[in-house]
Design a protein around this ligand. Structure first.
Ligand code: PEP
Length: 264
C-alpha cells in the first residue's frame, strides 16, 4: 500500500543505471518524442553529460489533436533502446494502451503512465502484473488522494516499483503557464507515501523560460528527481518545442538542481 502507515521506510527503486528514493537526486531528460536514432542519441549524450541517468522520450504520444504527430511506434522504441544502451542509461517511455504493453515491455526499463491515463485502471492493473518500475504521473485534474489510489491499482497486482510524478494541474489561470505546478503536493506526498516523488517542470510550465524556475522550486520542495524535455532545435521539435530546454539550458538546470538538493 502507498501509505507510510503500512510501510514507514522509503521505497527505493533500483534500475540498471539509477537509484531513486535513497536521498540522491535523479535527472530524467530527453526529447518529448523520439524523432530519429541520431537525434535521441545526441540528446541522450547531452543528458548524460549533465548527470542524467534516465533517457525519456515518447514513441506513443497522447496528443490532444488526433491529426498531429502520434509518435514513431516501434521504430522509435528501437532507436530509444539503442541510444540508452550505447550511453549506459535507463530508458523511460510512455505506455498508453494495454494492447501495447508486450511490445513496449520488450524495449523499456521504466514505463511512464501519462497524466491522461492516471485513472486508466485496466492499464494500471496490467502494469501491476509486471515487475518493472512505473512512473505514474498525476492526472491534470486529480487530487493527491486520487493519485495515491491510482497507484494502488498497480501495487495491488504485486508491482510496488512505483514512482509518483507531479506534472502540473489545471487551475483557473492557465494563461501564462500550461498547467500549475502544485509544489505543495511534493512535501505532502513525501509525508503520505513511501514511494519516490518526482516532478516534471516541462509540462507544468509549457514554455521554456519557466521550466528552470519551476523545476528548481520542485527540487527545493523535496522532489527525489526531475523530468525535463530537451531539444537542440526547439523550433523544429516534432512535439512541444515551446517547452523544450536546449542542452545548454538543461545543463544549467541540472547543476542548480544538484546544488539545491544538497541543501534540502
Ligand atoms: C510526456 O511526458 O511526454 C507527457 C505527455 O506528459 P504528461 O502526461 O504529463 O502530459
Amino acid at each position: 500500500q502507498a501509505s507510510r502507515l503500512f510501510h514507514p521506510e522509503n521505497t527505493i527503486i533500483r534500475t540498471k543505471h539509477s537509484v531513486v528514493g535513497d536521498g540522491s537526486f535523479t535527472k530524467i531528460a530527453g526529447p518529448d518524442s523520439i524523432e530519429s536514432p541520431e537525434h535521441v542519441l545526441k540528446m541522450g549524450q547531452a543528458v548524460k553529460e549533465a548527470g542524467g541517468t534516465m533517457l525519456r522520450g515518447g514513441s506513443f504520444k497522447p496528443r490532444t489533436n488526433p491529426y498531429t504527430f502520434q509518435g514513431n511506434g516501434e521504430v522509435g522504441l528501437k532507436a530509444h533502446r539503442a541510444a540508452a544502451d550505447k550511453l549506459g542509461m535507463d530508458m523511460v517511455t510512455e505506455i498508453m494502451d494495454t494492447r501495447d504493453i508486450e511490445l513496449v515491455d520488450k524495449y523499456t526499463d521504466i514505463f511512464q503512465v501519462g497524466t491522461r491515463n492516471m485513472q486508466n485502471f485496466s492499464l494500471l492493473k496490467a502494469l501491476g502484473k509486471l515487475r518493472k518500475p512505473v512512473i505514474l504521473k498525476r492526472g491534470m485534474s486529480a487530487t493527491i488522494d486520487d493519485l495515491l489510489n491510482a497507484s494502488e491499482y498497480i501495487a495491488a497486482g504485486g508491482n510496488t516499483q512505483i514512482m509518483l510524478m507531479e506534472r502540473g494541474i489545471r487551475t483557473f489561470d492557465n494563461k501564462y503557464t500550461r498547467n500549475t505546478m502544485d509544489v505543495s503536493a511534493i512535501p505532502v506526498l513525501k509525508q503520505l507515501t513511501h514511494y519516490p516523488i518526482l516532478a516534471d517542470s516541462s509540462h507544468a510550465a509549457g514554455v521554456s523560460d519557466l521550466v528552470t524556475p519551476i523545476g528548481i522550486s520542485a527540487v527545493a520542495a523535496g522532489a527525489d528527481g526531475l523530468m525535463t524535455e530537451i531539444h537542440d532545435h526547439p523550433e523544429k521539435a516534432f512535439v512541444d518545442g515551446k517547452q523544450a530546454l536546449t542542452p545548454e539550458q538543461f545543463k544549467h538546470l541540472a547543476s542548480l538542481s544538484d546544488q539545491i538538493h544538497e541543501l534540502v
